[in-house]
Each structure stands twice: as structure tokens, then as C-alpha cells.
Write a protein that binds this ligand. Sequence first.
Ligand code: ACO
Length: 341
Amino acid sequence: MKNGLYSAGIIGTGSYVPEKIITNEDLEKIVETSSEWIVTRTGIRERRIAGENEATSNLSTIAALRALDDADMDPKDLDMILVATVTPDMPFPSTACIVQSNIGAVNAAASDIEAACSGFLYALNVAQQFIATGFYKNILVIGGECLSRITNYKDRGTCILFGDGAGAAVVSRVEDGYGFLAQYMGADGSNGNSLAVKAGGSRMPASAATLLHDYHYIHMDGGEVFKFAVKIMSSAAEKAMDIAGITKDDIDCVVPHQANIRIINNVAKRLGVSEDKVYSNLDRYGNLSAASIPVALDEAVKSGRISKGDNVCMVGFGGGLTWASNIIKWSKDSNAIKKAI
Ligand code: ACO
């Protein structure tokens, strides 16, 4: 405990992507594009697509159970579940409530959080606050998406980018000196139109006319979003380092939002962090919005790219527009941390 606050960190991670793969070559048969164009402009080679009977809660449930298993935690010990998503199963009940029922987390409060691709980091930051104050002990944070459901497969400018998947993290008390060292979040609502799904809400309820105009799909000004992303991702990561009192040389692994390899490489260059310290799985999954960072985090941890004592920087941007970053001194060393508390 420091200044009356508990140290909070991640004690377990898990992820799940659906089995069905759509390759660039598959997309060549649907829209006028080429695998070469997609790889050069984005770095994406394939993406996963949820099956007919799978929704965001199904992917999230599997990711959640894997994270709980990794944390060696019974679902009944969870105090809260937060799901970050722009593709909930339905407007309500929340996807978090559906997951709560699926995993039998009978003692947990449950709610969704929406900050598009920054959503998982927003939700992590909320969880950290509850743990730090001692209000709750164990919180499950999930980023889950079925972006294929809001992707227009007639629009070559967007359909090449997105995929489906879910990632989860268990946030709990950890040893002092470990866990969250810094968090940062921001938003610029005045530029929200550059990345939006226009229909389906109270402004423009779904109708035959909205269907006709494809307003139920993602609309994006790719160039504008690209410029915004490069600038905000690097400044948000720097801000988190400042708050934590560390420099780029202290960073062991950056887990960025996986939107475009050119954005990721640009950010690494601006930060002065070598590309081998930046984790990317974009080639296999494309952009998973709120699920992108937790899926990448889980893979980075499980593949040994992150280990106890490492300084991890997660940074993302998304629709809203929103952005968020954090620095975590990784506390997990198999199950040792949990037993030490
Ligand atoms: N295949 C072939 N040509 C294409 C394709 C395609 N799939 N898509 C667009 N083009 C064409 C365009 O029509 C354009 O042709 P023109 O010059 O004849 O008009 C040309 O390629 C160049 O288009 P640009 O849009 O300038 O291409 P750019 O290099 O900017 O790449 C891209 C486009 C990949 C979308 C890029 O802008 C990008 O990644 N932007 C950021 C996207 C992003 O991160 N979005 C986050 C969404 S997250 C969320 O909240 C859901």
C-alpha cells in the first residue's frame, strides 16, 4: 500500500479468436483489391470471422475463462466484470451481464464500457481505480468484438481492416512496487465523424432507408484517422512514461492498438523504441478494435515477451475520438504473486 492506495496489476490473461480465417486472397474475390496492396498499406494478411452462432459474448466468455484459469481464480471471487466493445450482442442486456451469467460470476457487478478501440484501456483504468481504493478485490476486464457484423464487405477501404476476437485480463492487488505505474486517457468528440457507425442508435434508428445507405456499417476517413493515430499514440505513450517517471529506455514491451503496421512502426520511430520491443499480431488478426490490445497482451505474455519486472506500455486510439495509455510493471511470475498476497 502506498499513500493509502493498494497496488493494482494484472494477474491473469486470456484470449480467443474464432476458427474461420478470411485471407487477403479471399477478399480479392469480393472487392477490387490485391493482397499486395493490403499487406503494403496495412500489414494485414488474414483475419478471423465469428461463426453464424457466435456473438461477442461467446468470444468474450472463452477469453474470460482462460484469463481466470491463468489467474487461478474462481469466477465467484470476481467483484466486477467490465466489457469494452462497440459490437455488444444487443443494446441491452449488456454483454458483461451475459458473460457474468455464462461463467457463473454470481457475486460480480457487470457493465459494458464504450470507447471504441481505446475501450479496453479505459476499462482497465476504471478497474485499477476500484482495486487501488480497496472497494473491490478482483475485476475481470474484457475487450471483445465481432466487427465483421458492422463491416461493409462492399467497401474495399474498410473491409480489409477488421476482424473478430476477444481478450481478457484479471485485475487484482499485487505486491507494492508492481502493477499500474501510470494511466492516461483522453477524447476529442469534435472529430467523431471521421470514424462512425451512423445508424442503429437514437439519432438514426435502423430503418429501410439506413440499410439502403449502408449507415449500419463502419464509415471511416482513413487518411484523417491515420494522421491522428500516429500523433496521438506517440504523445499518449510519452505522457504515460512521464507520469510513471520513466523514459523510453526503461520500456521492455509496447503493446499498441493493432490498426495498421505503418501506424505502429511510425509510433515506434517517434518514441525512439526499437521495433523488436513492439508487439504486433496484426498480420494474423487485423484490427480487433477493443479486443486488439488484450489479445496482443495475452500473446505477448504467453510467448515470453513479457515477464516479471518488465515495464509494459499499452497504448491505443479509436472512434470517439478517444485515446489511452498506461505503464504496468509486470507482476506475474506464474502463480507466485497471488500466493504472496
Ligand atoms: N485495395 C486497393 N486499393 C484501395 C483499397 C484496397 N483495399 N482501399 C483503398 N484503395 C485505393 C483508394 O481508393 C485510393 O485510390 P485513388 O487514389 O484512386 O482514390 C488509393 O487506394 C489510396 O487510398 P488511401 O485511402 O489514400 O490509402 P492509404 O494509404 O491512406 O491507406 C488505409 C488506407 C489503409 C485505410 C489507411 O488510411 C489507414 O490504415 N487508416 C487508419 C485506419 C484505422 O486505423 N482505423 C481505425 C479504426 S478503429 C475503430 O474504432 C473501429
